[in-house]
Design a protein around this ligand. Structure first.
Ligand SMILES: [Zn+2]
Ligand SMILES: [Zn+2]
Length: 188
C-alpha cells in the first residue's frame, strides 16, 4: 500500500508540501513550471524536471504514489519550455545545465553555490590555497540539476535564505539527497 497523495499536496514527484485546494503545485514549483523548468511525467502525470523524460520514480521503476490534482491543470506555455532530448540523460550531448549544491566543511559550515562542473568545483575547494574555504575537506551534501543559469541563481539564493531561516528543512533535504544517492547505488 502506498501513501495516497491527495490533490492538496504539491504535484512534483518528490515534493510533499501542502498547498491550497485551488492549486496543483507549491509556490516554488509553480514558478518552476511557469519558467519551463518542470513539466509533467508522461507516465504518471505528476510533475518532474524537464531534463528528465520521466520522473525519477517512473525512471527507476519505483512504485508511484497516487496523485490527483484538485483543479484543472492549464496547458503549459510552449514558449517557455526547455526542449527535452533523449541524448541528455545519456550524456552524449553537451547541454546547458547547472548544478546547485551545498557543501559542508569540517567545522559544519554550509556553503551554497552553483557551477557547470561539480567535479572541478569540488577540487577547487580542496586545492585552492587562496580561498578561505580551501583544504577544509568539502563534503557534498546536496545537489540539484537545473536547466538554466538564471534558475540556478534563484535556487542558490533560496537555499542561502533557507540555511538562515530554516536549518531543519536543509537537514531534511540533505538526508533525502543521501537517501537518493544510496538508492541509486552512488553512495554506501
Ligand atoms: Zn512543491
Ligand atoms: Zn512518473
Amino acid at each position: 500500500m502506498f501513501r495516497r497523495k491527495r490533490g492538496n499536496i504539491c504535484g512534483l514527484w518528490d515534493c510533499n508540501k501542502r498547498i491550497p485546494d485551488d492549486s496543483f503545485l507549491c509556490d516554488a514549483h509553480y514558478e518552476a513550471w511557469v519558467s519551463g523548468i518542470i513539466d509533467r511525467c508522461p507516465k504518471c502525470g505528476r510533475f518532474k524536471e524537464v531534463m528528465y523524460r520521466l520522473c525519477l520514480d517512473c525512471y527507476v521503476g519505483r512504485p508511484v504514489a497516487q496523485w490527483e490534482p484538485s483543479v484543472m491543470i492549464p496547458t503549459q506555455k510552449k514558449d517557455y519550455r526547455v526542449e527535452y532530448s533523449d541524448a541528455w540523460i545519456d550524456g552524449y550531448m553537451e547541454l546547458e545545465r547547472f548544478f546547485v549544491y551545498i557543501v559542508e566543511f569540517d567545522e559544519g559550515n554550509f556553503h551554497v553555490g552553483h557551477t557547470k562542473d561539480m567535479r572541478k568545483r569540488l577540487s577547487e575547494y580542496r586545492d585552492d590555497k587562496t580561498s578561505p574555504s580551501s583544504g577544509r575537506n568539502p563534503k557534498l551534501q546536496y545537489l540539484q540539476l537545473i536547466a538554466t543559469e538564471k534558475a540556478a541563481e534563484l535556487r542558490e539564493a533560496e537555499l542561502k535564505r533557507l540555511i538562515e531561516s530554516n536549518p531543519d528543512q536543509i537537514r531534511l533535504m540533505i538526508s533525502e539527497f543521501h537517501r537518493h544517492m544510496r538508492e541509486f547505488g552512488l553512495e554506501e
